[in-house]
Design a protein around this ligand. Structure first.
Ligand code: HXC
Length: 540
């Protein structure tokens, strides 16, 4: 991808003007000393005062962040001597070390990555033309090397003095985010302000990490909101870490400190492949901790009693480990990574603990995006089903549950990775179809004997189909109960669906892990192609 640099002439002029500082008569020793001096100056970033200010609010510097995240001695820095290209408002007299951003390559637990970190101590980490060029260069590098790209955002946004060229820089970044999407993993770490249009780079990436009291993300800040709408709100309440994890769903991982955030990133990197033509790293096989997570003890005998589906996932995964994603948002669905027999698996599970595990606008969005991620990066999907259907209500209808709910249907139908589904208890109505049924091309559908597959719950169904009989019965309540039982016996079990072949096997709960692992093994070389097209049109 080529840049047309409107400052090319100015940059060469600048370099010429500064040539006199570089004495060509110096020998190797002097030149090495000169290099060290230049490096020392650049490595000081915005200087002691700005670094002190950064630290005073609990933030690490850009360099400290990169070093804390990467394996020791693996950071290979690029473009330390890049100069900014601003000429207006006396910018030509200013030295901005590295133009306010560090870029390079490194390793995370032995996995190669490309990385950049905006340096708030240098002009508030603001993004000018050369700053953007450093970022796009490392993004291009990541795409070429086919390794993940990690961006640490800490910036006042577009560098005001550079005008339209800083906007152009953002445009170049957004374009590359889109090109890289589904090719290499893209991770955004928000460790400071990320304001205005700058937020759209993280929004285009796969995983967004935020830290309490440090991350701030918004399109228009509190000042603008106050001026335009007269509303008053703090930065934290408007776009802090908790807001983006709990309410907007813009962020995927919440941490209480930068250190915790880096350990979450390392954990994530261990689960995902470097690019879309590889598989995730295989780990040594481990058994689940069955003493703590035992399916028979997790599932209550009363089918109306809730349980924590995360315990079922932990009863299935190696060492009962599970990396949950967006654990604070749309908690009625649980998504995340675990390993089964050493291989990464993406789990999508209804959560009976929250809203009985219904699908709604937010949970459909959350699940659909994750399904597409797993499909793009060759991660098999295991779907655990226990839901009464889509959430009814005016709010949901008016919030577009039709459009949003369709996303999950689209994502599962489109996905060609191995898809294994387990129906644990309820699978009613649209929820049955949406949660990776055979009809959306699941490769294996298992059901426990406790599964209930029907158009709707027995109570609702009896009320509708026997309405006339119930109202004219001598004892309507008795008659209603009778009809509910009759409906349950007929439909609320797995055997009707199994008789039509919509369920491949009704299995004992204790056999679940073994059966899923076998299904994953047998479908590991699966290949599936759809009709030729440029691309589909998902219900965005
Ligand atoms: C140039 C900037 C800057 C910017 C900060 N600085 N933001 N310089 N362009 N956008 C400089 C400051 O002048 C200051 O320089 C230094 O960075 C530190 O900033 P402070 O304001 O002292 O820091 P702090 O008090 O912590 O406040 C941080 C801040 C504030 C909240 C981010 O700086 C701020 O509001 N900045 C502007 C935010 C903004 O509106 N950006 C444009 C958004 S529009 P000195 O020399 O004094 O140290 C946008 C469009 C992108 O980004 C569109 C893409 C599609």
């Amino acid at each position: 991808m080529k840049w047309s640099n409107p400052f090319e002439k100015l940059v060469s002029l600048f370099l010429k003007e500064n040539e006199s500082n570089y004495k060509t008569t110096m020998g190797l020793k002097e030149k090495t000393t000169d290099l060290r001096t230049r490096m020392r100056n650049a490595l000081m970033g915005g200087g002691e005062k700005a670094i002190k200010k950064q630290k005073a609010i609990g933030k690490l510097t850009a360099r400290e962040r990169i070093l804390a995240l990467l394996d020791p001695n693996t950071f290979h820095e690029y473009d330390l001597f890049v100069e900014h290209a601003g000429r207006d408002f006396d910018m030509d007299k200013k030295y901005l070390p590295g133009d306010g951003v560090l870029t390079g390559t490194g390793m995370i637990m032995g996995h190669p990555v490309c990385i950049y970190a905006q340096d708030f101590t240098v002009a508030g980490g603001s993004l000018g033309w050369m700053h953007a060029k450093k970022i796009t260069k490392i993004m291009d590098h990541a795409l070429k090397l086919k390794v993940p790209i990690i961006g640490i955002n800490d910036s006042g946004g577009a560098r005001i003095q550079e005008g339209v060229n800083s906007l152009a820089g953002y445009g170049e970044i957004f374009y590359r985010n889109t090109q890289a999407s589904g090719v290499v993993p893209q991770i955004s770490v928000i460790l400071g302000p990320c304001a205005g249009g700058a937020v759209y780079s993280p929004a285009l990436t796969d995983f967004v990490f935020v830290v309490e009291n440090i991350s701030k993300m918004f399109i228009t800040g509190p000042e603008v909101i106050k001026t335009v709408l007269g509303e008053e709100i703090s930065m934290e309440d408007l776009g802090g870490a908790r807001v983006h994890c709990e309410t907007t769903g813009n962020a995927h991982f919440f941490a209480r400190s930068e250190e915790e955030c880096f350990s979450q990133i390392k954990d994530l990197i261990s689960y995902i492949p470097w690019n879309n033509s590889r598989k995730a790293e295989k780990f040594p096989k481990k058994k689940p901790k069955t003493k703590k997570y035992n399916i028979e003890n997790i599932i209550p005998s009363d089918p109306r009693e809730p349980y924590d589906v995360r315990d079922v996932i932990k009863a299935l995964t190696d060492d009962s480990e599970f990396l949950e994603i967006q654990d604070l948002f749309a908690q009625n669905i649980v998504i995340g990574f675990g390993r089964m027999d050493g291989d990464t698996v993406g789990f999508v599970a209804n959560q009976p603990l929250v809203l009985a595990g219904v699908l709604d606008v937010d949970s459909s969005d959350k699940a659909a995006r994750f399904i597409r991620y797993c499909d793009a990066f060759n991660i098999p999907l295991v779907t655990l089903v226990d839901l009464p259907g889509y959430l009814p209500g005016v709010d949901q209808e008016h919030a577009g549950v039709i459009r949003h709910g369709a996303k999950i249907l689209y994502a599962y139908s489109e996905a060609t990775v191995s898809k294994i589904t387990l129906i644990m208890r309820k699978a009613y109505g649209g929820g049955y179809i949406a949660m990776c049924s055979h009809h959306l091309r699941a490769d294996f559908v298992f059901a426990w004997p406790t599964a209930e597959i029907a158009v709707m719950g027995p109570e609702g169904a009896a009320n509708i189909i026997f309405r006339k009989e119930i109202s004219s019965a001598e004892n309507p309540e008795e008659y209603r109960k009778l009809k509910v039982e009759e409906y349950k016996e007929k439909f609320a079990n797995p055997y009707v669906a199994a008789a039509y072949g919509y369920i491949d096997a009704v299995i004992e709960p204790e056999e679940t892990r073994k059966m899923i692992i076998r299904a994953l093994e047998i479908s590991s070389s699966k290949e599936e192609t759809g009709p030729a097209k440029k691309h589909g049109i998902p219900p965005f």
